[in-house]
Design a protein around this ligand. Structure first.
Ligand code: 5RP
Length: 227
């Protein structure tokens, strides 16, 4: 996805924001484009008195560089969370987590009154898992057992980074990238993953997004979840 498309989706998503709101700030290159758009809107006075909850150390560092005020996640949540995705289907169900921030992203998205996805319309799929693996953040303790539980659900997991130097999330947890079977029942799979004690979070964001801004060359389409 080109930088111009990311920025176009990010600029369009500013329409979801109002001065005085508390925001969830996503992670990844598209979310980084949104930070830049947000910083410019604050600098120009188009938006005022906003504060954001970063979903990763990388987002925290970049937001500080851009002068975006940051807060911890308030007990009563945030008004709007804006984040990228790896895949999105027609109902705005999404796979997230190739950037490794899925646990904090899900905590913040769940705490948001409105959850806004931004990205390239090339990330639109007919079936989640079609192109991207499903990231599953797991506890390092008992990882072999957790991996076996995933296999029993029909998934094919691979430890991100490999066994000698596994990738660790900001929470210090490894991530299993799992290929989904074509006939996966996604709500049932999400519930089954949620019930495995060693699973900290999975990248299925089902029924969470309210709206998506999807950029193609020269155009950004706004799609509502119930449209
Ligand atoms: C990070 C994510 C990202 O939002 C997702 O990977 C998309 O990233 P990018 O905008 O760089 O394509 O879920 O955990």
């Amino acid at each position: 996805m080109s930088g111009a498309r990311k920025r176009a989706a990010a600029d369009a998503a500013l329409a979801e924001l109002r001065s005085g709101q508390r925001l969830g700030l996503g992670t990844g290159s598209t979310a980084a484009a949104f930070l830049e758009a947000l910083a410019e809107a604050l600098a120009s006075g188009r938006l005022e008195d906003l504060a954001g909850v970063p979903t990763s150390r990388a987002t925290e560092v970049r937001a500080r560089e851009l002068g975006i005020p940051l807060i911890d996640l308030p007990a009563d949540g945030v008004d709007v969370a804006v984040d990228g995705m790896d895949e999105v289907d027609g109902a705005l169900n999404a796979v997230k987590g190739l950037g490794g921030a899925l646990l904090r992203e899900k905590v913040v998205a769940e705490a948001a009154t409105r959850f806004v996805l931004i990205g390239d319309d090339g990330k639109t799929v007919g079936r989640l898992g079609e192109r991207a693996p499903l990231p599953v953040e797991v506890l390092a303790f008992g990882v072999a057992r957790t991996e076996a539980r995933l296999r029993a659900l029909g998934l094919t997991p691979t430890l991100r980074g490999g066994a000698t130097e596994p990738f660790l999330s900001d929470n210090g947890n490894p991530i299993l990238d799992a290929v989904l079977p074509e006939d996966a029942d996604l709500p049932a799979l999400a519930a089954a993953l949620d019930a495995i004690p060693g699973v900290m979070a999975h990248g299925l964001f089902l029924g969470m997004a309210d709206v998506a801004y999807l950029a193609s060359d020269g155009d950004v389409v706004r799609r509502e979840a119930d449209a």
